[in-house]
Write a protein that binds this ligand. Structure first.
Ligand code: PSU
Ligand code: MN
Length: 303
């Protein structure tokens, strides 16, 4: 059996060297509430198409690692309860047991790289969790960026994480962190984090060239492109910070650990902000889909 199982439209685009953008599915199953999860997933795919690229949403359906889902498959995933959240550690086990699961940033990168897709757009990556000194909770997304050659477009990392430590770990792992349009590393719902990004590139062509140059040098791993949330949708850092602290404390007190932490924090912040985090999330994901398609276009133009 060959893996992954790539949709015919995606195969045709890759064979013709037309741009393709991979998309993850954990944001659909664990990151956003219904029914907005499905409508946003559809808008993200439409945005990639409007920018001249082919979207390829990744998930495991009935044991098959799929790259490119039909609308009916996307809808089924968005409406199903209890879908597994898959990272590098559990991807193969889910496939081997015929299961269904959504792919995180790490697992989506693995599928994209195997399919020959260079660019992947999402909302935010996982990172080093606050309290890592005792929990050792560091997202597998960071190690994946260090070893799998995919350029990941995200709005930085959520301020539910320990952002300075996340940047330190990315530097240690040799992952380029490239801010777009500003010098500061963006913090998902907020444009500002108070931390300067290690690199800045405002032009998708430069980001594509950097991707190519890494490959030419034989460097393992990808790039993290940190694209700030659009102005009109941002929740300023000073507004969200106390709510994050409150949500994180509540979740720790409930004994939530491991892979349940990120979904629980996102769900609680949605309540605490009366849905504002959802609209910021939607705006930033669409913005990342647009930039991802532009980078993919530049990459295919160089082929
Ligand atoms: N950021 C979001 N929504 C999400 C995620 C990140 O705004 O749903 C998901 C991504 O799939 C990411 C994962 O890879 O959370 C990280 O989870 P963890 O912290 O357990 O590694
Ligand atoms: Mn974790």
């Amino acid at each position: 059996m060959r893996h992954p199982d790539i949709a015919p439209e995606v195969v045709a685009a890759l064979d013709a060297r037309r741009p393709v953008v991979a998309l993850e599915s954990t944001i659909v199953t664990h990151g956003l509430p219904r029914p907005r999860n499905l409508s946003l997933a559809r808008e993200v795919e439409a945005t990639v198409r409007a920018e001249g690229a082919v979207p390829a949403t990744v998930a495991v359906l009935d044991g098959r690692l799929r790259v490119g889902l039909s609308d009916a498959e996307l809808a089924r995933l968005a409406r199903t309860d209890g879908v597994a959240k898959l990272s590098r550690a559990d991807l193969a086990a889910c496939m081997a047991t015929g299961g269904t699961g959504a792919t995180t940033v790490a697992a989506t990168m693995i599928a994209a790289a195997r399919a020959g897709i260079a660019v992947f757009a999402t909302g935010g990556i996982g990172g080093v969790h606050r309290g890592w000194e005792s929990s050792l909770d560091i997202s597998a997304d960071l190690q994946e960026l260090a070893q799998t050659p995919v350029t990941v477009v995200a709005a930085g990392a959520k301020a539910i994480l320990d952002l300075p430590t996340t940047l330190e770990v990315l530097e240690t792992l040799g992952v380029p962190v490239i801010a777009v349009g500003q010098d500061e590393f963006p913090a998902f719902w907020s444009r500002r984090s108070g931390l300067s990004a290690p690199l800045r590139m405002d032009d998708p062509a430069a980001i594509a060239r950097a991707h190519r140059t890494r490959a030419a040098l034989g460097l393992a791993g990808g790039q993290l492109v940190a694209n700030p949330v659009p102005d009109e949708a941002e929740i300023p850092a000073e507004e969200i910070a106390p709510l994050i602290a409150r949500a994180a404390a509540e979740i720790a007190a409930r004994g939530v650990t491991g892979k349940a932490v990120t979904p629980a924090l996102l769900a609680r912040l949605l309540e605490l902000t009366d849905g504002r985090t959802l609209e910021a999330n939607a705006a930033l994901v669409l913005n990342n889909a647009r930039l991802g398609a532009r980078i993919a276009r530049e990459l295919t133009g160089m082929a």
